[in-house]
Design a protein around this ligand. Structure first.
Ligand code: GDP
Length: 300
């Protein structure tokens, strides 16, 4: 997924690593190339600029250039800055509350929200997150898209996770209330709410989201974004994070993401960690997001 960025940066850093002494000008030249590589990988401009400024300052200061292996140290500074940019903190779901813990999924239509809801439900209910198996209930609040609720029910059957029975004509807030009550009465550990998407960010969508969050008081609000949409993904993340108290991001279609810039920008624009990466259409095609691993891969 990060191949092109990796190739570009790999070239820059191979040159740095191979050098004994480095001058300030060497570092500045290398960082200009880093900036271009980031922009070409679709990293948002302010994010790329901040990154390069910070790294340049650190590389030139701290006696790095006078050390025995300046090239390697500069590479390490870039590595650490990449990890920080991707979100260094652990990306566990925070579900240790009096049950039911509520996980609310938000995002645009087609981002992979329903699929991801079922994937996460499967992980939780099968104990795949290295924890005990959770009893999970899923509910679709998507009353806009025809058959959205049925789609979640079908996925539920596939992953062996219960879904809230559908009552035609109910509105999202009512469904959320009913789901919460069912989860409490029937002893579920986790309730996953798959909210309605829209084609574009609009105020009606945001208002609905806020009303549902008010009722459900979720522990996690995960924004699902399609990594293939590049700069659009960044704009979507900005809009949602301004209006809804997100706790994390899920990047889908990382299996097809050639440039990877969306991942790099996400943390900076939302301030929240990427918790999962969707890597395919199958129900087990979901990975925990590991900043260290991704940074390592980018630098080669
Ligand atoms: P929603 O409208 O946001 O609920 O989107 P859906 O969950 O219905 O997903 C839309 C399409 O994207 C479906 O065909 C999914 O199988 C596909 N999809 C979702 N996540 C991924 C992913 O990580 N990789 C790939 N290749 N396809 C995905």
């Amino acid at each position: 997924m990060f191949d092109s960025l990796s190739d570009r940066l790999g070239g820059v850093f191979d040159r740095l690593r191979g050098r004994g002494a480095l001058t300030e000008a060497d570092v500045r030249t290398a960082m200009r190339e880093v900036r271009v590589a980031l922009l070409e990988a679709d990293v948002a401009l302010p994010v790329a600029r901040d990154f390069v400024d910070k790294v340049t300052e650190q590389a030139i200061g701290q006696n790095v250039l006078r050390s025995i292996t300046p090239g390697q140290q500069v590479v390490k500074i870039v590595h650490d800055a990449l990890v920080a940019m991707l979100g260094a903190d652990a990306s566990e779901l925070l579900l240790d509350v009096t049950p039911p813990a509520v996980v609310m999924m938000v995002g645009l239509q087609g981002s992979g929200k329903t699929t991801t809801t079922a994937k996460i439900a499967k992980r939780l209910s099968s104990g795949a997150m290295g924890r005990e198996r959770k009893k999970v209930l899923m509910a679709s609040l998507d009353v806009n898209r025809p058959a959205a609720q049925e789609q979640l029910a079908t996925l539920g059957t596939q992953v062996e996770v219960s879904t809230l029975p559908i009552i035609a004509g109910q509105q999202p807030v009512e469904i959320a209330r009913r789901a919460l009550q069912a989860a409490k009465l029937q002893g579920y550990d986790v309730l996953m709410l798959d909210t309605a998407g829209r084609l574009h960010v609009d105020q009606a969508l945001m208002d609905e989201m806020k009303a549902v969050a008010e009722i459900a008081q979720p522990q996690e609000i995960l924004l699902v974004v399609d990594s293939l949409t590049g700069q659009d993904a960044v704009n979507v993340a900005t809009s949602f994070s301004e209006q809804v108290p997100l706790t994390g991001v899920v990047l889908t279609r990382m299996d097809g993401d050639a440039r990877g810039g969306a991942a790099l920008s996400m943390r900076a624009v939302t301030g929240k960690p990427i918790k999962f990466a969707g890597v395919g259409e199958k129900m087990d095609a979901l990975e925990a997001f590991h900043p260290e691993r991704v940074a390592g891969r980018i630098l080669g």
